[in-house]
Each structure stands twice: as C-alpha cells, then as structure tokens.
Design a protein around this ligand. Structure first.
Ligand code: GTP
Ligand code: MG
Length: 1039
C-alpha cells in the first residue's frame, strides 16, 4: 500500500533498474518488489554512509550505552571546535546530557567557514550569490535520528528526557530505513513527567503533575503533502511560542544546518506538548495539547500518516498542490478532523483540486485554512490557534501514548517496549507495585525491618558511643546493657519472614543485564506514579506552612506524612541492607544467613553500573555500616585491584537545586522534585576513561548527593541540627571536593552548617586531609557578580570568625582562618550560576546560561580533582575512611546539638557561669548544714536556747529556716541568670532560647538541695536523739 504512489525519485530508481514498465498486474507486483528493494538498498547505503560519517556506526552493532556516555574522558573538559562530521553526534550528546539548548547548533567547522569575508580584498562579487555548500553539513534531525538508532533503550530514554527539558521535540515514531520499519518510542518517552496548570485549576492554584505517556491528551498532528512552500516546522514553532519568547521546538529549514539535506530522518514523527501555566495572559492554549509533526511527504510515509490519522484529534495537512494525491487523503480512516493548510502565493496552488477534495471529503470552509497574499504569518497563526483551541475544547478524541501502542502494532509499527526483557521486567515490577494500596501500611507489612526497629537500633548505637544517659551507674554495665538491647532488636528483625515483595525484588534484581535495568526503571517509575499525587500535595503544603514557622506541630506532622508517604526503590534496598545486617547476628552456619550472603555483591554490581546507593538513611539518620562496608568490599573485588576513587559532594539548604545541579553536571539521575525529596545521602560511581586516568590520578569519581539541610528556624522546631550537622560532617569528611550550594537568600544557614563542619574537623583527630571547597551561588545571573569582591570578602571574614571561635573552644588556636581547615580560595572558589529556567515553566526551556555555567563548574571541579595533592583512596581505603568518619561522628556528643559554633560557644560560657553560681550555692548550703548539724548535736545542752525541748519541733523550725535560705539562693540564681542575659557581650542573645532551660535547672537544683538538706537535718536529728538515748542509758547504768 505504502509504495503504490511512487515518488519521482522512486521512478527514477526504478528506471535505472532497467526493468520493463509493463501494465500487467503481475509485472506491477514485480515492479513493486523491485522498487522496494532498490529503494531499501539506496537508503541502507545512505544510512550506513551517514552513520559511518557520524562515527556512530561502530555503536550501531553494539549500541551506545549510558555507561559509555557518562564516562569522563578528555572530551568532557575540552572545548575544541568540532573538526569533522564524525565528532558532531557525540558533541551533540555531550551538550544534550548537560541540557544545553544550543546542542542542536553543533556543526563541524570547515576550512571555508573560517575564511574571513570582511577582510577579503577580492573584488569579484559573483560568488556572493552562490549558495554555500551545505551538503556536507549534517542536518540536526539526521544527527538525532542517527543517535537514537545507535543508542540502547536507556540512552534513548535519557535523551528524550533531556530533549524535553530543552523543549525540543522528541521522536514519537523513529524511522529505520535499514529495516524499512518505524518504531513507536513509548519507552523512550516514559520518564518524562510534566507539571502544568489547566484553566480549571487556575483559581485554586492547583496543578497537575503527570507522566506524559500516561496523560490522556488530544493530539494535533501536522503533516505535509508533496512539496510545500510554507515551512511547517517554523510555523509550528511560532504557533507554540508566546509573543515575548520565540523558541525553536522543532528543527526547521531556517535554522543552522536546518537546510542540509535530510538523509535518514524523513519519516520521523516528532512530538511535543503545549502545557498551560494557568495565566490567561501567557497561555496560548488553556488546556494541554500534544503536537505531532511528521517529517517528509506523507506520500512516502503512509504508515506514519495512517497512525497519525487514527490517533489525532485533528490532522493539519500542509500542501501547495493537491491534484494527484487526493486519494491519499480520502483513503484514510480518520478518527479526528482534517484541516487543509495551503499557501495562496504558491505557483502550484490549485483552487479546483481543493474544491474537489473538499467535496469528496465533506470538508467545509472551516476545515480549510489558506495563507492569503495579504495575510501575514501572524494572521495565519491566529487562524491556526483559533482552530486548534476549538478542536481541543470540543474533541472527545483524547489518548495516552500508551494507548497509541495498540494502533501502532495494528499498522505494523514496532513498539520499543515490546522486547521480552522489557515486558518480563514490567511484569515483575508490577507484581510488586500493584499490591500497594496504603503506602505506610505497605511499608510496615512488607518492609518491616527499617521502621521503628531500625530507628531504635540507631539510637542504641549512638548511645553506645555518646553515653548520654549513663547516669551514675557503671559505664561497662551500661554498655553491655545496650549491647543486649541491640541484640534483642536484631532478633526481632530476624523474626520476620522475608516478605513477598522483598523476595520478588531480590529475584528481579538478580536477573541478567538489561532485564535488571529495565526492572529498576519500571520500579522507579511505578513507585513514583504511586506516591506522586500525595507527595506533590504534601510538598506544596510543607512549603506553604514553612513560611510561618509558628506552626511547629503542623510542620512536624507534614514532615512525618511526607516521610510516611515516600516509597522509592531506596526503601527496598534499605530493607535489603537490614535483612543482611540482621542475618549477621545469626550463627555463621545458619542457612538463612548463608542464603543472604550474595546480597552485597548484587548491590556492588549495580553501583558499578551507575545506580545510586543509599549511604546515609535519612529517616533513621544512620549508616548501615556493615552493609555499606560489605557492598564496598564486593565492589573492590569487582574492579581490578588498586582502583582509585575521588569523591565530589554537594551540600546545601533544602530545595536549592542540588540534585538538579549534579544531574546537569554529570548527566546522572538523582531524584529531583519540588520539595524536600533527597533523604540522607546517596552515592553514585562514574567511570573515568583511560585517557583521563593519568590526569586525575583516579579510576572512578564518586558523587554524593545529600539531603537538603533545614533552615535554622525549621531545625529549631524539631531539633534536627544534630541530623544535619552529622550529615554535613560526614560528607565533607568523605569528599575531595565539596560543592557548597548557596542560593542567595539563605547563605546564613549555609555558613552555620559550615561552622559545625569546621568544628567537627578540629575535633576529630583522625582527619588528616584538607577537603577542597567550592561555593556555588545559584540564581545569580548578573555578569558583574564575580566582580563584586566585597561579598566574597565578607563571606571569608565570617568563615574566619567562626573558625576562630571553634578553634578556641577546641583549644586549637593555631587554626586562625577557614583556609587552615578547608582549602578554599575566595577568588577562584566562587561560582555564580543563573536560574535554571529561561522563562515561565512549564513551557520554559532550560536556560542556556545555566547549562554553560554548570559546564564551567564541572571543568573546574575536574581540574581541582586533578590537582589534589593527597593520593586518592582505593575502594577498601574508602571503606575504612567511611567507617572511621562515621564512628567519629557517632562519638560526637556535644557540638552537633548546636546550630553553629558561636551558639555552642555562648552556651559553653553560660554553662561555666551557671556552674559557678551552682558551686557557690552548694558551698553556702554546705556551710549552713554543717553549722546546723552542730546546733543539732548541741541540742538540749546548755548553750542551746530553744523554748521547746522536743527535737521534732526543733527540726521543723530548722526546716523552715532552710527553706528561707534555699529560696534566697534560688532567687539569687534566677536573678543572676536574668542579669546574665542583659549583658551585651559574649553573644548571649544566641542562647536566649536556653534561658528557660537554665531557669529550670536552677529550680531543680533548689529542689535537689532541699531534699538533700532536709535529709541531712533529719539524719543529724536522729543521730542526736539516738545519742541522747544512749547517754540516758549510760546515765541509768552508772546510777
Ligand atoms: N526556578 C528555579 N528552579 C530550580 C532551580 N534549580 C532547581 N530548580 C527546581 O527546584 C526544584 C528542586 O530541585 P532539586 O534539585 O530537587 O533540589 P535539592 O536541593 O536537591 O532538594 P532536596 O534534595 O530536597 O534538598 C526542582 O523542581 C527543580 O526543577 C533554579 O535555579 N531555578
Ligand atoms: Mg536533592
């Protein structure tokens, strides 16, 4: 069917075949076969040539993998101009991975390009009018098609995701002229999640966040019939851009290299989405719309055209002349409407053909849009927009891309998800995720070892080091008591049977290569789908409520709810870790223990394949040390011996774009979202290519993404300083380079955290290295930012002051400045990065400035790593390092409870002062009691003047006297405290919050003293009475 209407080119090919142009059916069939073959041959050669030319050819057999493109090699940090076509695709990919919107402009620099015309003294102007030779340049669409064809499914998915972030169209149907088939790129688009606000949610300020392949949207398709003088793609770009900001969603002929001939990309159908932001002044369409664009003439791509007709709410056919091809349009089964868009200025424009077609297809004036001579583009766009709005408002033809897959299969179009591995993995993942109803309950049932038990275990572990509640008992006894309790907890964990979910999970991640990657991806997407609605809502609420920090209870409640409603693959891995750790408390010969011994290896393999591994569990605020260590040991076995690691970490206040920064910088996929979403810390391994190993002196780069630190007000509410400070100290301690992410508005918080880090470093004797530190100031687009050295000086001054305070407290006063503790240069250690979006999301592409600035930062970080003086750790050394750092952190008793070292210092001063008062009080009471004891012991003797001779009366009297003295002292203490807070020195305002605590201490000290004094008095009285009795007996005896 598709070849019945042969194009001019095909006829030529046929003629060259030298076959007889017979009219008989048999001969026509032969001719068709021949046509197909020649055509195919022609295209295959072209594809091969092109792929060879693009240097993708050798990936074509073995597809380009994520591991390969994320690797750091020489090209990662060099910016040499692209010399030949063979460099273009990988250069495009490198830029795309960093979500650079200029990626499609990559082209090779030919000799002729560098000719400087302006200085050419040649007077011959003729060649000015000769068209430049564009033939040798690659068309961006060919690059995209070639790369998609040459990449594996995971790279395809990553490419589609990044392309959609750049607001580039993504391939919906990918042609493969090699096989003459096209493929529906369902899997490739699966990871795209979009957030938008349709008009209906405008007032409530609500929004929809959805996986785009599962969104039921009307699709509007744009196709071309024959030659067309209107540039369909350019019109589409204009159609989708709002008036303030034009954006090239689709590659078009007036773009750089857009006029180079397309060799392998004809037949590609691209897709994009128009998503409203809820502001009628900005939105072009108030409801979301999917837009498809078929490349090439529908006469040559009838299958693609049929697909679009059956899936779209409307198809717009661009044409110049219709005459011969009307049947193409009339023969189709349309599920939506059809619109014809013609150009009146075209010399082929035929009114008659149009009339015939309209009559045949029952089209009205409404369905025909003509660009008239006197109409400019704006008028045409207006007409198109009006028509589309009308279609969108009235159509019932809405479909998800997932539903389109069925239609595709019927038409003989391949679906990328139809591979066995993908489907098995999907079934395995669904077997787990379909069981989930209530997330909290599910976690309790299926992942029981990580809940309360693990939190209690964490507390016990920390208490074992910190001994906060040891009281007056024997320390060794207390420690063994804690040990016993820990064992009890492990026993409790071991009592649980392995849940169905965990059995399935472990089985699935044990499956070979691709299938396990598919499984993890399916799991991630399915779990994300499940918790997204609830989490989006909670996160918005959290953000809203955080603005008013009075609502302590409410904030804590929502934070708990967020934690309860989160469920990601990390929870399954966490459970695996707990299963493994608990099993280690079983006897070595135990069968269950033996069966679980392979788990660390599984995880080590995943780590090596570039999956993130949870290092710190953010919920329990602990590292499952045995688990992490055993995974790292296994990793060490997997890589060749002596493989070195360098560590890069990011640290910063919550939701300041830390994960986004790492993802952009290294092309990885840490969880990103609109709320507090990274919990704890995750590590991910990036390979270093041979050509860079010497430069960097290492084989792997480990990047650690951390949970956002809470702002001081919030941290105060739930006392999470401890958690934040522990985390910060650990990750800074681990890293060779720490990227401190500072959004302008919360630099104070960041400094607070750094002070604690400095403090902890001074304290921990083990720390022998000096981590490098880079400050990244986000959302600063001012070009003069770097020139403003005042700010940087101020920052350094503050950091120095803090270091001094910390050093004084630690009695290590030789550390006078921040740079004594961390390696930081105020001139080169500050980076300014503009905002992420260029315009108004959801339609805004990533800002090219953002991507470029992140790239510069990346180059700098890699350079810093190369300049590291200390030798890099190998995997086993890194493991030891994690262990000793975490042990040191667990030992830390005092400093972590404070916001910063100035507060800790002020607190210490207050403590010292209070201790002085307390001591005076105790001394005074001691003297008083000693005095009174003498009085008691002399009671009844000559000197004692007391009306009553009854001891009880005397004691009561003394107690009243004691109360008066105690009250006087209590008041004195409280007065002292008030007085203390009135002074202006010593940063006392920082510990204002502790005033009440100290007042209570004064009160309880008084109570304690009262008890003790009364006791002493009673005892003294009793002794006196007993003595009196003895004396009486003695007297009687002598008598
Ligand atoms: N407007 C704007 N949004 C940004 C910028 N950087 C990141 N975002 C968005 O902010 C949100 C949070 O980004 P993340 O990268 O998850 O932030 P994070 O610091 O890792 O967050 P936590 O891990 O939860 O602390 C995402 O929706 C990003 O798209 C930026 O520079 N400007
Ligand atoms: Mg994050």
């Amino acid at each position: 069917m598709c070849l019945k209407i042969s194009t001019v080119k095909e006829q030529q090919v046929y003629c060259q075949c030298g076959k007889n142009n017979s009219q008989t059916t048999k001969k026509t069939d032969d001719r068709m076969k021949c046509l197909k073959l020649t055509d195919l041959f022609d295209k295959v050669t072209k594809l091969k040539d092109l792929m060879e030319d693009m240097d993708i050819e050798h990936y074509y057999g073995e597809k380009l993998s994520l591991g390969r493109i994320l690797e750091i090699d020489k090209k990662t940090i060099t910016d040499q101009p692209v010399k030949s076509n063979s460099d273009v695709p990988l250069c495009f990919l490198k830029k795309l991975m960093m979500v650079n919107v200029t990626a499609r402009n990559v082209k090779s620099v030919c000799e002729s390009d560098s000719d400087d015309k302006s200085r050419d003294s040649n007077l011959d102007l003729d060649d000015l009018f000769e068209s430049p030779n564009t033939g040798s340049k690659l068309n961006p669409l060919d690059i995209i098609t070639g790369l998609f064809l040459g990449s594996d499914v995971f790279v395809q998915q990553e490419m589609a995701l990044k392309m959609s972030m750049c607001q580039f169209s993504v391939p919906l149907l990918l042609p493969n002229h090699d096989t003459n088939k096209c493929t529906l790129m369902l899997w490739a688009m699966r990871d795209i999640v979009k957030k938008y606000r349709p008009q209906s949610l405008s007032n409530s300020k609500g929004f929809i966040e959805d996986r785009i392949v599962l969104s039921k949207l009307p699709m509007i398709s744009f196709v071309r019939l024959g030659e067309c003088s209107l540039s369909k793609s350019e019109i589409l770009n204009k159609l989708l851009s709002n008036s303030q900001q034009y954006h090239d969603t689709f590659v078009h002929r007036n773009m750089e290299c857009g006029d180079s001939p397309k060799t392998i990309s004809n037949g590609m159908t691209e897709m994009t989405w128009y998503l409203p932001c809820g502001n009628p002044n900005i939105d072009i369409f108030s409801e979301p719309v999917a837009v498809a664009n078929l490349r090439g003439d529908i006469a040559s791509f009838v299958t693609q055209y049929s697909f679009l007709c059956q899936t779209s709410a409307a198809v717009f056919v661009f044409f110049d002349h219709l005459d011969a091809k009307i049947s193409l349009l009339t023969n189709q089964k349309h599920n939506g409407q059809i619109f014809l868009v013609g150009n009146y200025e075209s010399k082929h424009f035929s009114k008659n053909a149009r009339k015939n077609l309209a009559a045949e297809m029952g089209l009205t004036k409404y369905n025909i849009i003509i660009k008239l001579k006197e109409k400019n583009d704006a008028v045409l766009l207006n007409d198109l927009r009006k028509t589309i709005t009308d279609v969108v408002e009235n159509t019932r033809m809405k479909m998800t891309i997932e539903q389109m897959a069925d239609i595709a299969r019927q038409l003989g179009i391949l679906v990328d998800e139809d591979s066995r591995e993908c489907q098995t993995a999907r079934t395995n993942a669904e077997a787990i995720t379909e069981e989930i109803q209530d997330i909290l309950k599910y976690k309790e049932d299926q992942l029981p070892r990580q809940g309360q038990i693990w939190k209690e275990l964490t507390c016990l572990e920390k208490e074992e080091f910190r001994l906060r509640n040891v009281g007056s008992g024997n320390i060794e006894d207390y420690k063994s008591e804690l040990q016993l309790k820990k064992q009890g907890m492990r026993k409790k964990q071991n009592k649980y049977d392995m849940s169905t979910a965990m059995t399935c999970f472990i089985k699935a991640i044990s499956s070979p290569g691709t299938e396990r990657f598919y499984f993890l991806k399916w799991m991630r997407m399915n779990l994300d789908n499940l918790s997204r609605i609830k989490l989006s809502e909670l996160r918005e609420k959290y953000k809203e409520i955080c603005k008013n920090s009075e609502n302590k209870e409410e904030i804590n409640k929502i934070d708990r709810q967020i934690s309860n409603s989160s469920l990601g693959t990390e929870h399954f891995f966490r459970e695996m870790g707990q299963i493994y750790e608990a099993s280690l408390s079983l006897p070595k010969t135990d069968r269950a223990r033996k069966q679980l011994q392979h788990l660390p290896k599984l995880c080590a393999e995943l780590l090596l394949d570039g999956f993130p591994l949870e290092l710190v569990d953010g919920d329990a605020s602990n590292i499952p040390l045995r688990w992490v260590c055993d995974v790292l040991s296994q990793l060490s076995d997997l890589v060749s011996p002596n493989r070195k690691i360098r560590v890069v970490t990011v640290l910063g206040v919550q939701s300041t774009g830390k994960s986004t920064l790492l993802n952009t910088m290294f092309g990885v996929q840490f969880a990103v979202s609109s709320g507090r979403c990274t919990r704890g810390a995750f590590m991910l391994l990036i390979k270093i290519n041979e050509d860079m190993k010497k430069v960097l002196n290492c084989d792997f780069m480990l990047i650690i993404d951390t949970e956002g630190l809470k702002s001081p007000e919030l941290a105060q509410l739930d006392n999470s300083y401890e958690h934040d400070n522990e985390l910060a100290t650990l990750v800074v301690g681990l890293s060779d380079v720490t990227v401190v992410n500072v959004a302008m508005e919360n630099s104070t918080e960041m400094k607070d955290i750094l002070q604690i880090v400095v403090h902890a470093f001074l304290r921990m004797k083990e720390v022998g290295k000096k981590p490098k530190c880079v400050f990244v100031h986000q959302n600063v687009s001012d070009v003069s930012a770097h020139k403003n050295s005042r700010d940087r000086k101020l920052l350094l001054e503050q950091l120095n002051e803090m270091t001094k305070a910390a050093a004084k407290m630690e009695k290590k006063e030789e550390n006078k400045s921040f740079t004594d503790v961390m390696e930081y240069s105020p001139d080169t250690g500050n980076w300014y990065i503009p905002g992420l979006w260029n315009g108004n999301p959801p339609m805004a592409p990533v800002n090219a400035g953002y991507s470029e600035a992140v790239y510069e930062l990346k180059k700098n970080i890699i350079q810093l790593l190369g300049n590291c003086e200390s030798s890099a750790n190998d995997v086993m050394e890194f493991k030891e390092w994690v262990t000793s750092l975490w042990t040191a952190v667990k030992h830390e008793n005092f400093i972590f409870s404070f916001r910063n070292s100035l507060v800790a210092d002020a607190y210490m001063r207050l403590c010292t002062e209070f201790n002085k008062w307390e001591w005076e009080f105790r001394k005074e009471m001691y003297t008083w009691v000693t005095n009174v004891e003498t009085r008691i012991s002399n009671f009844g003797k000559v000197a004692v003047k007391f009306e009553s001779s009854d001891m009880r009366d005397f004691l009561a009297c003394l107690k009243i006297e004691a109360t008066t003295v105690l009250s006087t002292w209590e008041k004195k203490l409280l007065d002292n405290l008030t007085q203390y807070f009135k002074q202006t020195e010593g940063h006392v305002y920082l510990v204002e919050g502790y005033k009440e605590e100290f007042a209570n201490s004064a009160k309880s000290l008084r109570r304690e003293m009262e008890r003790s004094v009364f006791n002493q008095l009673t005892v003294a009285a009793e002794i006196r009475e007993k003595r009196a009795e003895i004396e009486k007996i003695k007297e009687n005896h002598t008598l």
